[in-house]
Design a protein around this ligand. Structure first.
Ligand SMILES: C[S@@+](CC[C@H](N)C(=O)[O-])C[C@H]1O[C@@H](n2cnc3c(N)ncnc32)[C@H](O)[C@@H]1O
Length: 247
């Protein structure tokens, strides 16, 4: 029996809500600092409090080529890690919106923003399948290990295309599959929350981006951990300069 979108979203919220509460209630952060240092250039994250935890599978800011003054949206911003790195890159003239659907994660991200005094970052509650963001106002979309969690990836890609300005860029890290999963694996809600059961094959991922209107769709890097039938990939795509303001 295939899982419904509501079941999947509830399982994902429960899982990440729990992880956020764990960090918020711990006196000295969690053990994720070592993990964070593996994914990022150490200097980039050295000044961030330990409560700016990483639940990602890559570093989308490393491939996004962010420039001063740009408007960036981070899909599924978690504790805010990529938002804070992006905020430094775009500077005071730029703006970063972290979008997340989980209340406890938004509370953690807002507490982190207050600790850092990051005035050009806003965390907004919402779902990436129907983003509370205006048409064609965003320069860059980033996301780290989140799109695999969506039961409706086509909606995420459609919405990404809608909010990007013509010429806008899409740079994400995500989990993709090296083989199709069995129906038992696909129905496993803990495997959904663990970023595997909802993942697409790489060719399917790229094909759906093209279907949504993106061009120059490419895989920038791949990294496999262990023998699981999935791996992490960084993926880029572009909204053509001659695309209309909206869809
Ligand atoms: C694996 S964590 C990644 C967090 C962050 N990007 C990072 O690298 O640490 C997934 C995050 O995406 C959020 N999320 C999952 N599905 C979402 C959706 N459909 N819309 C908005 N946020 C979502 C979760 O609440 C969680 O904070």
């Amino acid at each position: 029996m295939a899982r419904t979108a509501d079941e999947i979203k509830e399982a994902v919220k429960e899982h990440y809500g729990g992880r956020a509460r764990e960090v918020a209630s711990s006196c000295c952060g969690t053990d994720s600092k070592g993990y964070r240092d593996k994914l990022y250039v150490v200097d980039e994250v050295a000044d961030l409090p330990e409560t700016v935890t990483s639940y990602g599978c890559g570093n989308p800011t490393a491939i996004a080529g962010l420039r001063e003054g740009e408007v960036v949206v981070d899909l599924g911003s978690g504790a805010g890690l990529d938002c804070f790195i992006a905020a430094k890159a775009v500077g005071e003239r730029g703006r970063v919106i972290g979008l997340d659907m989980t209340d406890d994660m938004l509370a953690l991200a807002n507490a982190n923003r207050d600790k850092l005094g990051a005035t050009n970052v806003e965390f907004r509650k919402g779902e990436m399948e129907s983003m509370p963001i205006d048409d064609a106002k965003v320069d860059v979309i980033i996301s780290n290990c989140v799109i695999n969690l969506s039961p409706d990836k086509d909606a995420v890609f459609r919405e990404s295309f809608r909010v990007l300005a013509p010429g806008g860029r899409f740079h994400v890290s995500d989990i993709v599959l090296s083989r199709d999963l069995s129906s038992e694996e696909r129905d496993d809600l803990s495997l959904w929350a663990g970023c595997a059961a909802g993942a697409l094959l790489e060719s399917d991922y790229l094909g759906r981006l093209v279907q949504a209107g993106f061009t120059n769709v490419s895989v920038d890097s791949r990294s496999k951990v262990g023998e699981k039938p999935w791996y992490s990939a960084t993926i880029s795509a572009h909204k053509p300069r001659n695309a209309g303001g909206c869809c």
